[in-house]
Design a protein around this ligand. Structure first.
Ligand code: UD1
Ligand code: MG
Length: 490
């Protein structure tokens, strides 16, 4: 008989109480991130796709931090605290208590198995119900099974028990079929048999996996369903596995956007977080990181060597060799190469932030350009503005930050300093090297540099014997001779 997946109730238990000793980290293991999200966040997200009645998260190590992070992402999750009895079996036992008299199927997930996808889970629950099993274990066949629990079968191929690597005989350790740490249990059978689990094993823990043999002793059916994609079973216990999981997740994400119409030249050096979005005909050049909730609109080109964190990039914009966080880049705008856009940067449509330019908390209007070697902070720039090379907004007076306001169609000379607070009126201009300390009225030309004075012969008088003095003397006598002959010609 086939069951609809929703025929019976489904509750999900996510195990996240462990410290993750092998990570050697002050951060709890399940909060380490891949694809921009904590490991446990991926697990919860996948579980939600099955629309379970309840989701329970078991915590202990750094409980407030772990629970807080999960609740922020998914407010409806029920938090259960594990006591001092260690082990995955104890964690599930306490979670079951929190589920009261729940009678359907219980899906147990490990907070450190992040690549599990909802199709695999739906298949597992379906197989469990079709087989009328008391427990169905998700398994995978791995070339290198090191560290995982092994699925032990009898001569008929039926699952008899799961043995942890540390407790395995050499024959058992040679088995390549592993327990993915993902299971469906019939709630009542699980409750009845968990209480029988002891701690007589290498780690002195109450293993959830021991329930398998106990169910078999009660003549109940235990099945193992193989994961269609072995990567889904990858458990993260150390930093090597963390990097492997990150790489596999990224490969999935890159492929998804390629199939949605983005050109991604080099998947191996392109990192895209799971929350980022790329429109069609976006081009991503090598060595580019598109992170957080970054959104890139159609036709834009990003990279090479670019990192965008929580940015919005408009249609057909070009962002080259740039580091940007919380910045908005308008349609058709160009950024870089070698630009640093800090939070609060808004670049208008067809605007430009060019080479070796740093911006922060500033709005640069449509068609306005900051092309070279500049720092623009706490500034509002109107439309059609061009700032000369080397523009600096001096926004900080050692006590507070102040704003610079630049109107529309302003063109400034090279190497200007705008000492904030200061306003430059519409259509105004400034001379090269100006230090603008006072407001400039609309349409005015601001000059702040004293007239140039040349002191003849200064180098020969003050730096005698240097190379500069020698060549200057030569040039000056040649000039004199030249002047003399011109005199004669006249
Ligand atoms: C576990 C399985 C192993 C399986 C592997 C798959 C057991 C005994 N072993 O081993 O068969 O191959 O996962 O990845 O279950 N946790 C708690 N409370 C605890 C201990 C752990 O909530 O007291 C949580 C951890 O935070 C983690 C998960 O359970 O998210 C698995 O624990 P971990 O210590 O990583 O178990 P493994 O050694 O990987
Ligand atoms: Mg693990």
């Amino acid at each position: 008989m086939t069951h609809n997946i929703n025929d019976r109730g489904l509750a999900v238990i996510v195990l996240a109480a462990g410290q993750g000793t092998r990570m050697k980290s002050s951060l709890p293991k399940v909060l380490h991130r891949i694809g921009g999200r904590p490991l446990v966040g991926h697990v919860i997200d996948t579980a939600l796709a099955l629309a379970p009645e309840r989701v329970v998260l078991v915590v202990r190590h750094e409980r407030d931090l772990v629970a807080g992070t999960v609740i922020e992402q998914t407010p409806g999750v029920v938090i259960v605290d594990q006591d001092d009895v260690p082990g995955t079996g104890r964690a599930v036992e306490l979670a079951l208590d929190a589920l009261d008299d729940f009678t359907g199927d219980v899906l147990v997930l490990s907070g450190d198995v992040p690549l599990l996808d909802s199709d695999t889970l739906t298949g597992l629950v379906g197989a469990h119900r079709d087989g009328s099993a008391a427990a169905t274990v998700l398994s995978a066949v791995l070339e290198d099974a090191t560290g995982y629990g092994r699925v032990i079968r009898d001569a008929e191929g039926a699952v008899t028990r799961i043995v942890e690597q540390k407790d395995a005989t050499p024959d058992e350790a040679a088995v390549h079929e592993i327990n993915a740490g993902v299971y469906v249990f019939e709630a009542q059978a699980l409750r009845a048999h968990l209480s029988l689990v002891g701690t007589a094993n290498a780690q002195g823990e109450k293993y959830l996996t021991d329930v398998v043999a106990l169910l078999r002793d009660s003549r109940l059916v235990v099945a193992a369903a193989s994961a269609p994609d072995a990567a889904a079973a990858l458990g993260v216990n150390d930093r090597v596995q963390l990097a492997e999981a990150a790489r596999l997740l990224n490969a999935r994400t890159v492929r998804r956007w390629q199939l949605e119409g983005a050109t991604i030249l080099d998947p191996a050096t392109t990192w895209i977080d799971v929350d980022a979005k790329l429109a069609s005909d976006v081009t991503v050049l090598p060595n580019t990181h598109i992170l957080g909730a970054t959104v890139v609109d159609a036709g834009a080109t990003i990279g090479p060597d670019t990192s965008l964190v929580h940015c919005e990039v408009g249609e057909n914009a070009t962002v080259t060799r740039t580091d940007a966080t919380l910045a908005v880049i308008g349609a058709g705008a160009t950024v870089g190469p070698f630009a640093y856009l800090r939070p609060g940067t808004h670049l208008g449509a067809r605007g430009k932030i060019g080479t070796f330019v740093e911006t922060k908390n500033s709005t640069i209007g449509e068609r306005s350009k900051v092309p070279h070697l500049s720092y623009i902070g706490d500034t509002t720039i109107g439309t059609g503005v061009n700032l000369g090379a080397g523009a600096i907004t001096a926004n900080y007076d050692d006590i507070a930050k102040h704003r610079t306001e630049i109107g529309d169609e302003v063109h400034t000379g090279s190497h200007n300093v705008f000492v904030a607070p200061v306003r430059i009126g519409d259509g105004a201009k400034t001379g090269a090297g100006a230090v603008v300390r006072k407001d400039v009225p609309a349409g005015a030309l601001a000059l702040s540099i004293a007239p140039q004075r040349n002191i003849e012969g200064w180098v020969e008088s003050n730096r005698p014997g240097t190379g500069a003095a020698d060549v200057a003397a030569r040039a000056r006598s040649a000039q004199k001779a030249d002047d003399g002959s011109q005199e004669e010609d006249r």
